[in-house]
Design a protein around this ligand. Structure first.
Ligand code: SAM
Length: 291
C-alpha cells in the first residue's frame, strides 16, 4: 500500500490547483494540512486491519489515505461531485477504498454496514462538516447503526458540549444524548492553522465509544428525550414551566409538579441542574403516571 502523499500544505495546494478546485463554504470544506493531527486521529481511533471504517466527507482524500493504510477497508461518503475525480486520483494507489458520491444524511448507514461489513460494527472516523455535526452523530446513534466508535473532528465548543455535565454553560440536550449512547473523551484540541482554508473557530478531536448498554435504565427513551428537549428549550425557565409549555408533552401542571417532587427536587429547580440519571428517573415517574 502506498504511503500517504497528502497532509501538508504544499501537496494540498498542488492538487487543488491541478483540478481548479473551488472551496464550497456551504459544504463546510476545511481540509486538514497537518500530518501530526492526522497521525493523532488514526492512533486515537485504534484502527487495525480487521476494521471497516466509514469516513464522512473525505474531501481530497487526505485522511482517507491514512485510514486506508491502517484499516481493512474504508468507505468514504462525499457530497461534492467536484471532489470525485480528485479522489480517483489521490486514492488510485489504494485498493481497499470505496467512494460513494452522496449526501451522508440520505445514506442508510445500517444497510451500508450490512453490505460492506457483513453487519459487523463500523468505526466512523472523520473531519466532519461542522454545519451538520449534530444530525450526523444523532442519526448514527438513533438509527441503531452497528458501531464500535466514532472518532471525529468537530468544533471545539461542540466537543465541550458533548463531554460536559450539569452545572456547565455548555451542558444541554446534546450532552445528554451523546452520554446516553456513548462514553465521550476529547483526544486533542486543534487550532485553525491545521486546516485550509482556516476555520474561524477552534476544533477538537473527540472519540465516542458506543455503550453496550445505556448507563441509565429508562422505560420510554422517546419520552426521556422529549423531557430533555423541553427542559433546555426554555433554559431560563424552571423545569416545571419548561415541561408545562412543551408542545411535545401532555401532562397537567399538577402531574408535573408531583413528578418533580417525587424526584426529590424543589418546585424552582432548573432542568440544567439535572443529571442523565435524574432525567431518566423523571421520565420513568411520568411514564408510570400515564400507564
Ligand atoms: N476529510 C477531509 C479533510 O480532513 O481534509 C475534508 C473534511 S471537510 C471539514 C468536510 C467534508 O465533508 C468536505 O469534503 C465536504 O464536501 C463534505 N461534506 C459536506 N457535507 C456533506 C454531506 N452532507 N455528506 C457527505 N459529505 C459532506
Amino acid at each position: 500500500m502506498r504511503e500517504p502523499t497528502l497532509g501538508n500544505p504544499q501537496n494540498t495546494i498542488e492538487i487543488l490547483q491541478k483540478y481548479n478546485f473551488i472551496f464550497r463554504k456551504k459544504f463546510g470544506q476545511n481540509f486538514l494540512i497537518d500530518t501530526h493531527v492526522l497521525d493523532k486521529i488514526i492512533r486515537a481511533a485504534e484502527i487495525d486491519k480487521d476494521d471497516c471504517v466509514l469516513e464522512i466527507g473525505p474531501g481530497i482524500g487526505t485522511m482517507t489515505q491514512y485510514l486506508a493504510c491502517a484499516a481493512g477497508k474504508v468507505v468514504a461518503v462525499e457530497i461534492d461531485k467536484a471532489l470525485i475525480p480528485i479522489l480517483e486520483d489521490t486514492l488510485s494507489g489504494y485498493d481497499n477504498v470505496k467512494v460513494i458520491n452522496e449526501d451522508v444524511l440520505k445514506v442508510d448507514i445500517a444497510r451500508l454496514a450490512e453490505e460492506e461489513n457483513g453487519g459487523k460494527p463500523l468505526k466512523v472516523v472523520a473531519n466532519l462538516p461542522y454545519y451538520i455535526t449534530t444530525p450526523i452523530i444523532m442519526g448514527l446513534f438513533e438509527k441503531q447503526v452497528p458501531l464500535k466508535s466514532i472518532t471525529v473532528m468537530v468544533q471545539k465548543e461542540v466537543a465541550d458540549r458533548m463531554q460536559t455535565g450539569p452545572g456547565s454553560k455548555d451542558y444541554g440536550a446534546l450532552s445528554l444524548a451523546v452520554q446516553y449512547y456513548a462514553r465521550p473523551y476529547i483526544v486533542a484540541n486543534v487550532p485553525p492553522n491545521c486546516f485550509m482554508p482556516r476555520p474561524k473557530v477552534g476544533s477538537a478531536v473527540i472519540r465516542l465509544d458506543r455503550c453496550a448498554e445505556p448507563p441509565v435504565r429508562v422505560q420510554d427513551e422517546k419520552l426521556m428525550f422529549r423531557i430533555i428537549r423541553a427542559s433546555f428549550n426554555q433554559r431560563r425557565k424552571t423545569l416545571a414551566n419548561g415541561l408545562k409549555n412543551s408542545p411535545e408533552l401532555d401532562y397537567t401542571k399538577e402531574e408535573i409538579e408531583e413528578a418533580i417532587a417525587q424526584l426529590g427536587k424543589g418546585p424552582a429547580v432548573r432542568g440544567e441542574t439535572l443529571s442523565l440519571e435524574e432525567f431518566a428517573n423523571l421520565a420513568n415517574i411520568l411514564h408510570n403516571k400515564m400507564n
